[in-house]
Design a protein around this ligand. Structure first.
Ligand code: ADP
Ligand code: MG
Length: 232
């Protein structure tokens, strides 16, 4: 095998990452000595029970939480080596989030939520109407988040992430607030868009069936990686 075919290109990575919350006796190590790299286009599940460190690891990959020790890299640059503005630009352009709740701007319509994200990310020409059609919401462009169901709101959040043209999509328990049929449809949509757009996907979940849909499964326990490979 050639060197090229064995080398794993690195989109985002953490090295010997420890993240602690609180001080002295209240100190909790949410992540301990975690090292991993995410390659462009791959689909990765972070799987573990509640409190195992999944959200903290997603936040670290996205530059939303600072390491207590160790390093977070984006496209080969250490995030700590960038100034705040450059870090913000890297994040805005490259990384999108889908949270457990849709976290839409409540006074903006579905259309405006998508358009605002595209504008903020400097994503150039983006067509919110087309993106909302892609997630099956063409009829609800002018609806406010309060007028959408949980599944519909989550689909707007996915369209918003696409509007950023991100290379990395971080999903934190994206179906956690949905019933199982709606959750399955949202996961099908994420999977279809992952294949169509080629962004890397990192999806945190406590649900083994959800995790098994990803090509690579990383299991976290008490802030450490205990396995990393193909799902069984
Ligand atoms: P998961 O997403 O797998 O449930 P988290 O990353 O949210 O795990 O949490 C990992 C650990 O860090 C848990 O023990 C949690 O209580 C703790 N933790 C998370 N966020 C905070 C915070 N803001 N302040 C203090 N402790 C926190
Ligand atoms: Mg979490």
């Amino acid at each position: 095998m050639s060197v090229l075919s064995t080398r794993r290109a690195e989109l985002a990575a953490v090295r010997e990452l420890t993240v602690a919350y609180g001080r002295s006796s209240a100190r909790v190590e949410a992540l301990r000595d975690v090292t991993l790299a995410i390659a462009p286009g791959e689909s990765v599940a972070l799987w573990g029970r509640s409190g195992s460190g999944k959200t903290t690891l997603l936040h670290a990959l996205g530059g939303l939480v600072a390491p207590s020790s160790g390093e977070v890299r984006w496209l080969g640059d250490s995030l700590s080596s960038l100034d705040v503005a450059a870090r913000g630009r890297a994040r805005a352009a490259g990384i999108a989030y889908v949270f457990q709740g849709a976290n839409l701007l409540p006074h903006f319509t579905a259309y405006e939520n998508v358009a605002f994200a595209a504008h903020h990310a400097g994503a150039g020409e983006v067509h919110p109407r087309e993106l909302l059609a892609l997630v099956g919401l063409e009829a609800k462009l002018d609806f406010l988040p309060s007028e959408l169901s949980g599944g519909e709101a989550q689909r707007v959040a996915i369209a918003r992430a696409l509007a950023q043209r991100a290379e990395l999509l971080l999903c934190d328990e994206p179906t956690g607030h949905l019933d199982s049929d709606t959750g399955t449809r949202v996961l099908d949509l994420i999977e279809r868009l992952h294949e169509a757009y080629g962004f890397a996907l990192v999806l945190a979940t406590h649900d083994a069936d959800v995790a098994a849909r990803c090509a690579r499964l990383i299991e976290l326990h008490d802030g450490r990686i205990v396995s990393d490979g193909r799902p069984a």
